[in-house]
Design a protein around this ligand. Structure first.
Ligand code: FAD
Length: 325
């Protein structure tokens, strides 16, 4: 599987751009915000809500961050105008986190403040280990300014994640809000689990720790053993569709756009059959909608970082029944 993935990644840059575009179409919501909104309207009928991500990352100069800020402000305006059930996801390195932390903090704050004025939640995506601490710090710093509509992502594969759950939830209490995923970046074995079964076990443990800490928990995995574990963990803690979150009675935490203490999240184009099934059973399900002109660069970089994604994509094209839209 490793060799197969790496072979695809080696040869993909030589493939005509239109072929890559044809594949990417399934996983991106278009090049423009209008196209993303159009697709969201269609997908709303599947009982899903959304998080919108403007494609791009790691800017080289702080000037480049203004483009992202303006674009995210337009996204917020469009969510309000369209009345869509959506929030936003941001990659902190696209706002300058690897260049200047202080300026990045004010960039993020500007977006979060505008989102707060419109009752919209902001999720800081988690990137590679160079920025794990800085991303968590930024989220806590913004919450401490009284902006509670922000949360972070933690990656099950990282050894540090149980400590991060305890520190963040201990600091923010009822406002602690996580997305938990396995982590797309292949991190070194000194700081992360590397085998499939270890990563699944660690991700499942992180889900339980988040639920037990009273945090809002967004489960972002397409993997059946993780989803099944999450469903059992939710049930055993009295959490579920149409139930009041027993960890926080009365449900003062019921913010607009949030589920009863948890939700399930999926990437656009991946395992829609499982997502629709969860939605039918009453669980809140959210689709991650990346859009933007930089889909080619973004996709190529993701594939280089984790060639395993190429295997998923190829499998889903050749054997679509394994990964229905
Ligand atoms: P896997 O075992 O990798 O996948 C299970 C099955 O799902 C595969 O067999 C395949 O059929 C399908 N599948 C999974 N991924 C793909 C794909 N890309 N294309 C086609 N089929 C696929 N990672 C981060 O590091 N930081 C983040 O901020 C982050 N945010 C995320 C937000 C959402 C909503 C989701 C769903 C994932 C996010 N991820 C993020 C990625 C995540 O960490 C995993 O890399 C990714 O979800 C694959 O892991 P999995 O749990 O789905 O299990």
């Amino acid at each position: 599987m490793g060799i197969f993935g790496r072979t695809i990644v080696t040869f993909l840059p030589f493939a005509p751009r239109f072929i890559v575009g044809w594949v990417a179409k399934r996983y991106t919501a278009g090049e423009s915000l209008e196209q993303a909104l159009e697709l969201m309207k269609k997908l709303s009928s599947e009982g899903a809500c959304f998080t919108i991500d403007v494609l791009g990352e790691e800017i080289k100069s702080l000037d480049e961050s203004s483009w992202f800020i303006n674009e995210y402000e337009s996204v917020i305006d469009s969510i309000v105008e369209s009345g869509m059930d959506a929030n936003i996801s941001i990659k902190p390195t696209a706002l300058g986190l690897l260049i200047d932390q202080k300026s990045t903090l004010s960039n993020i704050e500007r977006i979060v403040r505008k989102a707060a004025e419109n009752d919209i939640f902001v999720r800081l995506d988690m990137e590679d280990n160079r920025v794990t601490q800085a991303t968590i710090d930024a989220m806590i710093a913004i919450q401490k300014k009284g902006l509670e509509n922000i949360g972070v992502v933690l990656q099950g594969r990282m050894f540090r994640t149980p400590d991060d759950i305890s520190i963040v939830s201990g600091t923010l209490g009822k406002n602690s809000d996580f997305r938990i995923c396995k982590g797309i970046y292949l991190e070194p074995p000194e700081i992360s689990h590397t085998s499939y079964s270890e990563i699944v076990d660690a991700t499942n443990r992180a889900i339980d720790l988040m639920l037990d800490s009273g945090s809002y928990t967004a489960i972002a995995s397409h993997d059946v053993p993780v989803i099944d574990h999450a469903l059992k963990s939710l049930e055993s803690r009295g959490l579920g569709p149409k139930k009041e979150d027993p960890r926080h009675r009365p449900s003062a935490l019921n913010r607009k756009g949030k589920g009863p203490g948890y939700e399930f999240q999926f990437l656009l184009g991946v395992r829609g059959n499982i997502r629709r099934d969860l939605a039918k059973k009453g669980h809140r399900t959210r689709i991650y909608m990346p859009y933007g002109e930089k889909w080619y660069e973004y996709g190529m970089r993701r594939l280089r970082e984790n060639p395993g994604v190429a295997v998923h994509v190829t499998k889903s094209l050749l054997m679509p029944w394994t990964n229905r839209r």
